[in-house]
Design a protein around this ligand. Structure first.
Ligand code: GDP
Length: 425
């Protein structure tokens, strides 16, 4: 059984929590794209963890966690995270890294920072973790696969190709000092020794796992609307976030049996780009301060998230482009303070037309939300343990969203903890 857990929106939908819950009944959890530029927050009996590189199945002693070939592997960030988890989590962790994953080099964040500084206000809101320079190098065939680190002559050869390009840019465009081959060879040595205990040909392991019919979870990072092809390009990330990419980025040659799209009961986004749902002033501040356990500040960046009401246009699209089979609706408890809950059902475009469709980035900038309101429930629902016991207004809210999205809402999350999940199958 192969399941993907993906974001239906702009990221930060609560995928980490959902993966942590699903991991309890999974044999393998795999991260398939992105790097340490986004975080998943997990709260369990060992405390609260912000994971950036580690798969979210790491807190289940029986679960094998894999970093797949599609990931931007920041080895130093991974080592720091492993240390942090080991200090607070008493069980051994089971982690393997694909020998085909590529490595974020120290010059990738450097180029990210220099470019964001050069762009100034016109920047794309990068987290400056080096993700865009990393994926550019990967597809320009200038990257380093993990297995390459173990062959010094090929590293030297590659660096001799990479350095003239990087140094020309550093000197001419950024007026920065040049990179030296000896420093980079030293860096490669340290990366190699740190990652060595975890490296494996994960393709072979997964091939066997499929024959044995193991339960495998593929964990998305960021959300559908940050996909470079289908999202709000260029305010997108640099690798595909979508469920269709999940098997490829995982190193698993298989179709998906189930695609679980995670969406919040309201909208939130960190980073630049058009965000039709955006609220301002006191309304935004109230929703943000009630929002999520983290108070709506990004797990990686600490940046305040932009917030708005549930955007059915964006979510319908985010589910459709991933062929979602199920939806998990998170953070519904956050809305318990409202008398009436606004829902965005359509967009009004600049020419006055009303559309149910998510439009291209250039058109989105001037789109306005069309809103309908439904009654709120105004009681604390964080202690509810069965879906059936939710107030009728909360169940009506879920029914309304399900109808608008067109995909079954199979679970509702009513708090950040592992046990705050209500099945609605
Ligand atoms: P991810 O990147 O999709 O995993 O999302 P994040 O971890 O960045 O953000 C989700 C935030 O919402 C985290 O602070 C979670 O602890 C929190 N969270 C997840 N589900 C719920 C929920 O149902 N209710 C509340 N109040 N918080 C939640």
């Amino acid at each position: 059984m192969i399941k993907a857990i993906v974001g239906a929106n702009w990221g930060d939908e609560g995928k980490g929590k959902v993966t942590d819950v699903f991991a309890q009944s999974s044999d393998i959890v795999i991260r398939y794209q992105g790097g340490n530029n986004a975080g998943h927050t997990i709260i369990n009996e060992y405390g609260k963890f912000a994971l950036h590189m580690l798969p979210s199945g790491i807190f289940n002693p029986h679960t094998l966690n894999i970093i797949g070939p599609g990931v931007a592997l920041n080895i130093h960030a991974l080592m720091k995270e492993i240390k942090m988890v080991k200090e607070r989590y008493p069980h051994p962790i089971k982690l393997l890294v694909s020998d085909r994953a590529q490595v974020v080099m120290s010059y990738h964040p450097l180029f990210d920072q220099l470019e964001e500084a050069r762009m100034g206000h016109a920047s794309f809101g990068s987290t400056k973790s080096g993700i865009a320079p990393f994926y550019s190098d990967k597809y320009a065939k200038l990257g380093f696969q993990v297995q390459e680190l173990f062959h010094t002559p090929s590293c030297i050869q590659k660096l001799e190709r990479v350095l003239p390009i990087k140094n020309a840019l550093l000197k001419e465009l950024y007026h920065h000092e040049a990179l030296k081959i000896e420093d980079l060879l030293e860096e490669i040595e340290s990366l190699k020794s740190a990652i060595a205990p975890y490296v494996a040909d994960t393709f072979l392991i997964l091939k066997d796992a499929m024959v044995e019919k193991k339960v495998i979870l593929l964990e998305g990072q960021l959300g559908a609307l940050r996909d470079p092809d289908y999202g709000i390009y260029p305010y997108s990330t640099s690798s595909s976030t979508l469920a269709s990419y999940a098997p490829l980025g995982s190193g698993l040659m298989s179709h998906l049996d189930e695609v679980w799209a995670v969406t919040k009961a309201y909208s939130s986004a960190v980073g630049a780009g058009p965000f039709v749902a955006e609220l301002f002033g006191e309304e935004a501040q109230t929703l943000r301060s009630r929002g999520g356990d983290a108070g709506e500040y990004g797990a990686t960046t600490g940046r305040p998230r932009s917030v708005g009401w549930f955007d059915a246009v964006a979510t319908r699209y985010g589910c459709a482009i991933q062929n979602a089979t199920h939806v998990v609706l998170t953070n519904i408890d956050v809305l318990s303070y409202l008398d009436e809950i606004p829902i965005i059902t359509h967009y009004e475009l600049e020419d006055g037309s009303i559309t149910p469709h998510f439009v291209a980035t250039s058109v989105l900038w001037s789109a306005k939300p069309v809103i309908k309101k439904v009654p709120g429930w105004k009681v604390d629902i964080t202690q509810v343990q069965r879906y059936h016991d939710l107030p009728q207004e909360a169940k009506n809210y879920v029914d309304t969203l399900e109808e608008l999205i067109g995909v079954k809402i199979a679970m509702v999350s009513n708090g950040p903890r592992r046990d705050q999940i209500l099945k609605r199958l």
